[in-house]
Ligand binder design. Structure first.
Ligand SMILES: Cc1ncc(COP(=O)(O)O)c(C=O)c1O
Length: 402
């Protein structure tokens, strides 16, 4: 198909169903003036697609949930890394965006996104300089701290730059970073309150192990247990005379658990936007598949080889899908396909039990094993409705892991 199109011989019927020459597709992609003129089949593969109906439904559901439970929503930007999506979330009622790292926050700030919470501590001279620069651009940004020495460095950097930094204490609730809940956290909050160039805004408590605990009841028990320590720490800080307006926590797996815990003020979920193979397996309230949110993110691939009647090879491998779990991509709309990794560039499909056959040139869409690191592999995502490409969004914070 590509060879014939490149030579300008647009055949009557093309594999994949497109009739538009590449030079026109290229022009539309460059200008972004889609206006219903581009079909999904026109996109070069592998391509990252987001189903706009599913994305909008996921955003509306999470926003309505937080509104009904009277909790703020600050979705985690590490999932989408895309200012357009952050804007859509803010339009739906989000108070801002979390950013995993400083450079991710900088990318959002450059795109005009405010209400940032940087969820990883800012450590080292250069990062401190960047933190105060970010605070000049977006003064409401909050930075997390779990170490008294790092707090002293932040305070000094803020003093030198003549800014006041908002600082939250990162609590250890069983996952990775953070200071132990209870007295150690209270002592750190008091140290923040005593300093002149930082302002104590509250607590962050992310319990990733609870988010992915299989089975709703087991997840609820675990999350309630660890979050009680965070809520109690907030109470102790306030009892010590320090206002603690923020307790930010939660995730896609625990959004409907943490909202029912008194003392939690906001949720910071991310994966609910897209969903992935991993999250579908954690189990929902109504059964073994977690269906609270729709799969909106897929990678579109093309069959590039057919070694036998029951084997096909697509042009998406480890550079098109990222995973840290034993799961592989799952074909959308075709049952029974078994995907296995064919290296960096290729995916091998076993079609023995497939609900339809595939031939060279056919396109196959896959739900991704793990959404966050997969998004990080792409410069753009294409927003689609049905078979039409409606828009293309820059993943501006792609690769911003500094
Ligand atoms: C600090 C923090 N908050 C929130 C989230 C969002 O979690 P999820 O994608 O499970 O909703 C993450 C994800 O890793 C995270 O690291």
């Amino acid at each position: 198909m590509l060879r014939r199109t490149l030579f300008g011989l647009a055949p009557a019927v093309l594999l994949g169903g497109t009739r538009r020459p590449w030079r026109e597709v290229e022009r539309i992609l460059e200008r972004g003036d889609f206006q219903g003129r581009l079909s999904v089949d026109d996109l070069p593969t592998p391509a990252l697609l987001v189903d706009l109906d599913a994305l909008d439904a996921n955003i509306a559901k999470m926003a309505a949930h937080c509104r009904a439970k009277n909790r703020a929503l600050r979705p985690h930007g590490k999932t989408h890394k895309c200012p357009e999506i952050a804007r859509r979330l803010i339009s739906a009622g989000a108070v801002g965006a979390c950013a995993a790292k400083l450079s991710e926050a900088e990318a959002f700030a450059r795109a005009g996104i405010g209400g940032l919470l940087v969820t990883t501590a800012v450590v080292g001279q250069h990062k401190l300089e960047r933190a105060v620069r970010l605070a000049r651009l977006k003064p409401e940004t909050t930075f997390c701290v779990d170490d008294a020495g790092n707090l002293a460095d932040l305070d000094e950097a803020a003093r030198e730059a003549k800014v006041r930094l908002n600082v939250a204490v990162d609590l250890y609730v069983g996952t990775r970073t953070g200071i132990p809940a209870g007295p150690p956290a209270v002592t750190l909050a008091q140290a923040i309150a005593r300093r002149k160039n930082v302002r104590f805004t509250g607590l962050q408590a992310y319990a990733g192990h609870a988010s992915h605990r299989n089975g709703f009841e087991a997840r609820r028990e675990l999350s309630r247990g660890v979050m009680q320590t965070a809520v109690e720490t907030r109470r102790l800080i306030e009892a010590a005379g320090i206002p603690c307006p923020l307790l930010s926590c939660g995730s896609t797996g625990t959004y409907n658990i943490d909202c029912d815990i008194d003392g939690i003020t906001e949720l910071q979920p991310g994966s609910f936007l897209f969903m992935d193979v991993d999250y579908a397996r954690i189990g929902g309230q109504d059964g073994p598949v977690y269906r609270d949110f729709r799969h909106s993110l897929t990678v579109l691939t093309t069959v590039v080889s057919k070694p036998s009647a029951v084997e096909a090879v697509v042009d998406g491998g480890l550079k098109a899908f990222s995973t840290d779990k034993p799961f592989t991509p799952e074909a959308k709309g075709i049952d029974g396909i078994v995907f296995s990794w064919g290296g960096d560039e290729h995916g091998k499909l076993n079609l023995t039990k497939a609900s339809r056959t595939l031939n060279v040139g056919d396109r196959v869409e896959f739900v991704v094993p793990h959404c966050d690191p997969t998004v990080n592999l792409y410069d753009r995502m294409y927003g689609v409705r049905g078979s039409q490409v409606e828009t293309s969004w820059l993943i501006a914070a792609r690769g911003m892991s500094q």
